[in-house]
Design a protein around this ligand. Structure first.
Ligand code: DC
Length: 221
């Protein structure tokens, strides 16, 4: 295989981005960058400091005072503490769309993300990767799936964590987050004009990875 490319994967909540991106990165021997984890750590930083999430100025200060790092093995660190598990808790999901709607918060995250992707050989997933973070990515994928499918997948994930929540509640949470993420003024969730759409509603993880691997091979070879 030739050069190491950059791959941007965007899509709504629970569309299968991170699972697919992780496997793909492992197979290609690329670095996987989970930008959602960074917004999650920023949200945790705000909650830990007991900042009112609606106070934009204080939120920005709270995020700027915090050190967010992604380390090997897909671990997320906040001020040197491994918060990989904590950032997936429902209390983060409840307010993350507010925190990630603030342009200054986004600006800081985008700077960190662009620095991490500089050397190429990365698979990065999020909401604004193909449009804002890596507008020149070699391959852009926009993953979609029906709300039902996404809610079922998220429910399974939460169940494995021991969180008891109903399918309807998961559906409502995901639908609400999609609405907020797509309608915010600052870099909303949007398919880049040059992104390839992948509907994963009826695909297995293996199929999803295989399809993107094929697209990658077209570009590399
Ligand atoms: O991918 P995820 O579900 O872990 O993302 C959590 C939230 O973070 C998502 O609802 C919106 C925000 N996010 C964002 O605004 N931009 C990104 N690039 C990634 C995530």
């Amino acid at each position: 295989m030739g050069k190491k490319i950059t791959i941007a994967i965007d899509g709504p909540a629970a569309s299968g981005k991170s699972t697919t991106a992780k496997i793909l990165a492992d197979k290609l021997n690329y670095i996987y960058i989970d930008t959602g984890a960074m917004y999650r750590a920023a949200t945790l930083a705000v909650l830990d400091q007991q900042i009112d999430v609606n106070d934009e100025k204080l939120v920005i200060e709270g995020v700027e005072n915090s050190e967010i790092e992604l380390k090997t093995g897909n671990r997320t660190f906040l001020n040197g503490r491994d918060v990989s598990h904590e950032i997936r808790a429902p209390r983060i999901n409840e307010v993350i769309s507010i925190i990630s709607s603030y342009p200054q918060v986004r600006k800081r995250m985008v700077q960190l993300q662009q620095a991490m992707a500089k050397q190429g050989g990365v698979v990065m997933d999020g909401r604004d990767i193909g449009t804002v973070v890596l507008p020149n990515a070699d391959l852009k994928v926009f993953m979609v799936a029906s709300l039902n499918q996404r809610a079922e997948r998220r429910l399974k994930e939460l169940d494995q964590r021991g969180e008891k929540i109903s399918l309807d509640a998961v559906k409502a949470e995901i639908a609400n987050r999609d609405k907020l993420d797509s309608s915010r003024a600052a870099s909303p969730l949007k398919k880049a004009s040059d992104a390839r759409e992948l509907d994963t509603s009826n695909l297995s993880i293996e199929d999803q990875v295989r399809i993107i691997e094929g697209w990658t091979a077209e570009i590399i070879n």
